[in-house]
Write a protein that binds this ligand. Structure first.
Ligand code: SF4
Ligand code: SF4
Length: 127
């Protein structure tokens, strides 16, 4: 946001009535303490039940015309992989179901995304 400069180039003081207010400190019972677990340990505790039927379908014909290939940079599980012939391969197992690929993909029709059917996908966290 640009602020108007007053005399000598200093910002003019903000109108106090429009400043955001800081919420009061939280009250109530203490929050539970989270165990000190590394990211690697957390990810190792996730079980993926891979369905034969992929919950994400990628139309690789559409991908061939894609210049930016945002999915390859955005997917946290690196499930979009360039192929030697200039195409894109997609592996649905180990998908976190975050949906980022569908959000960043600029080409309509390239990604058909749905949740895995019940009992499949990311289904269980141990401990
Ligand atoms: S999925 Fe979308 S972003 Fe990824 S290569 Fe295909 S068209 Fe491009
Ligand atoms: S939903 Fe997330 S983890 Fe799964 S393929 Fe898309 S970006 Fe990767």
């Amino acid at each position: 946001m640009l602020r108007r400069l007053g005399r000598r180039g200093h910002p003019e003081p903000q109108d106090q009535s429009t400043r955001p207010t800081v919420p009061p400190p939280r009250t109530g019972p203490p929050l539970p303490e989270w165990p000190d677990v590394s990211h690697t340990e957390r990810m190792a505790s996730v079980e993926f039940r891979v369905d034969d039927e992929p919950h994400i379908v990628v139309d690789t014909d559409v991908c061939r015309n894609c210049v930016t290939r945002e999915c390859m940079r955005a997917c946290p599980a690196d499930l979009f992989v360039p192929t030697a012939d200039g195409g894109v391969a997609f592996y649905h197992d180990q998908c976190f179901e975050c949906g980022v690929c569908a959000v960043v993909c600029p080409c309509p029709g390239a990604i058909s995304w749905s949740y895995p059917q019940g009992g499949y996908g990311v289904v269980l966290r141990w401990g």
